[in-house]
Ligand binder design. Structure first.
Ligand SMILES: CC(C)(COP(=O)(O)OP(=O)(O)OC[C@H]1O[C@@H](n2cnc3c(N)ncnc32)[C@H](O)[C@@H]1OP(=O)(O)O)[C@@H](O)C(=O)NCCC(=O)NCCS
Length: 190
């Protein structure tokens, strides 16, 4: 509730990455990673079959303005996305009155295992807490997605509950583990 996320004028930089708004000429890079089977499926969407699928998604990223493109500085290309969306916590009375958003991410398969998403997520978490003044962030993964689970653990999120999440796009229901990270706790520990 409350905060509207708009990353269209935001640029975040880390050692290896730049996080920025999407451009129309990112289409080829988006299609290159989103068309690989098994990447999007772990995040609840089917891999893109044609460039038209990617064009639709790129359009929605640009309209909604709540997803960063993850740019690899050395390779000079977009290798993934990291979004700041509405959270399940908005419907949970436990967190009423708090401003909470959910982060979600996908990385090109060739770049897995180098700690790039944790690096990107740390920058986005800092932005969400320092600039947007969110009270907390949530994150989730399908129970069998141990890679995402490791990312969430490394970022310091706490496990809250397991819910059944329906992916309309995949036509399947997934047991999904949900986690939360509070700004206050981060500030105290810093
Ligand atoms: C989940 C994902 C974002 C992780 O990003 P990443 O930058 O590779 O994250 P890390 O480098 O921290 O690796 C996370 C775990 O992946 C595993 N991993 C490491 N190298 C790997 C490789 N070469 N190939 C596959 N998995 C590997 C390890 O278990 C690692 O945990 P560890 O650091 O404790 O060893 C990425 O795998 C991905 O995009 N997956 C598909 C989409 C997805 O699952 N999105 C999240 C939805 S909740």
């Amino acid at each position: 509730m409350g905060v509207v996320v708009d990353v269209s004028n935001v640029v975040l930089e880390t050692g290896r990455l730049i996080l920025r708004y999407w451009h129309e000429n990112d289409l080829a890079d988006l299609f290159a990673y989103a068309s690989v089977p098994g990447v999007g499926e772990m995040a609840g969407w089917p891999h893109h079959r044609t460039e038209e699928d990617s064009r639709e998604i790129l359009k929605s990223f640009m309209e909604k303005k709540d997803v960063f493109a993850i740019v690899h500085k050395e390779d000079k290309k977009v290798i993934g996305s990291l979004g700041v969306h509405e959270s399940w916590a908005d419907d949970d009375p436990e967190y009423s009155g708090m401003c909470v958003k959910e982060i979600g991410y996908v990385l090109a398969r060739d770049y897995w295992g180098q700690g790039l998403v944790p690096e990107a997520a740390r920058a986005v978490i800092k932005y969400c807490f320092d600039e947007l003044q969110l009270d907390a962030l949530t994150c989730g993964h399908f129970v069998n997605n141990y890679r995402s689970q490791r990312v969430i653990e490394k970022l310091g999120f706490e496990y809250v509950k397991t819910i059944q999440l329906k992916s309309q796009a995949l036509g399947q229901v997934f047991d999904t583990k949900c986690y939360i990270l509070f700004r206050e706790r981060m500030t105290k520990e810093a």
